[in-house]
Design a protein around this ligand. Structure first.
Ligand code: ZN
Length: 313
């Protein structure tokens, strides 16, 4: 059984995208509107493919379908998670995702979207939109309909290395200059609440006000819930950032050597800084791979920062 499966990402071009995925991460993608690198993805809207080894060239969804043993016989019908790097050269729209319950009923049985962000880089004094200030559904409705965005939206000051959990029903937006690794449920359902009155090719992008108002959590979670502020990592440290019903996410700081027994059923890994080796194979910034169920010991060497996720079922 192969212990580590290396993946070639899928890329998206977006109006708010930029060039950092090519310039900072070295991905060979043309254009100045590269928005997202779907590093570990098995979604109909974008898939990563296996690079090297006996499954070379296979789409991740196909590998998951035909070789479930590599994934610890994971029970999820589709590959459970999606890991992407987002380069926001401009502000992304204000949006919200549905829960599983809502999506199953309103989106043809799709799953909802719980997601979380690791801030790879951001400008000084950056802040993100996370949550809102309305105290009742009625107040939320008025604030949205009257466009009182400054009053409605909650701003969260962030720094490089911060981690933020975004539950379904949480209004959120990534702001210009942020480079973020997102770990999420394998879903692509987004309701756009507000797009700063921007035009794309002369037209506003569609909004989804009714669905947004149905799924937004009111009142919101208290400020600060689900946030882990980045502190300087300890030498060769495996830090758990979160565990919920969908995923466990870890930050692995490798200085010389980090050895551990991986959690079942399998682990997604993305190198976001530096370079080194996993079980003897060279990896560097921008590499995405899956440590399969057959791997009993992960040996990371070198100097690198990795975001890892394990699906919870
Ligand atoms: Zn989102």
């Amino acid at each position: 059984m192969e212990n580590v499966i290396f993946l070639q990402p899928h890329f998206t071009h977006n109006v708010w995208g930029g060039t950092r995925l090519r310039k900072d991460f070295g991905y060979n993608v043309p254009g100045s509107d590269i928005g997202e690198c779907w590093g570990i993805a098995a979604h109909p809207n974008g898939e990563s493919t296996v690079v090297g080894g006996e499954f070379d060239g296979m789409r991740l969804s196909e590998l998951y379908e035909t070789h479930r043993e590599l994934f610890g016989n994971c029970r999820s019908r589709q590959f459970p998670l999606l890991v992407k790097i987002i380069d926001a050269n401009d502000d992304l729209s204000i949006q919200v995702h549905p829960s599983d319950l809502y999506a199953i009923e309103h989106e043809n049985g799709s799953c909802g979207k719980t997601e979380c962000w690791y801030i790879i880089d951001c400008p000084d004094n950056a802040s993100l939109v996370v949550g809102h200030n309305a105290s009742s559904r009625d107040e939320m409705k008025k604030m949205i309909e009257q466009g009182r965005w400054d009053e409605f939206l909650r701003k969260l000051p962030i720094k490089k290395g911060d981690f933020i959990q975004i539950n379904p029903g949480t209004v959120h937006a990534i702001t210009a200059g942020c480079l973020i690794l997102e770990t999420q449920q394998n879903s692509d359902i987004t309701y756009r609440v507000y797009d700063y009155e921007r035009l794309t090719d002369g037209k506003p992008r569609p909004l989804h006000i009714r669905k947004s108002m149905e799924v937004i959590t009111v009142p919101d979670y208290p400020v600060g819930v689900g946030i882990v502020h980045g502190k300087t990592p300890g030498k060769s440290e495996r830090l758990r950032l979160i565990e919920n019903n969908y995923y466990k996410v870890f930050r692995l700081n490798v200085e010389e050597e980090l050895i551990f027994t991986p959690d079942p059923p399998f682990t997604n890994m993305s190198v976001i800084e530096g370079q080194g080796k996993i079980n003897g194979t060279n990896v560097h910034k921008g590499a995405h791979f899956i440590v399969t169920a057959g791997c009993e010991r992960v040996e990371l060497t070198g100097n690198m920062l990795i975001i890892a996720s394990v699906p919870v079922q």
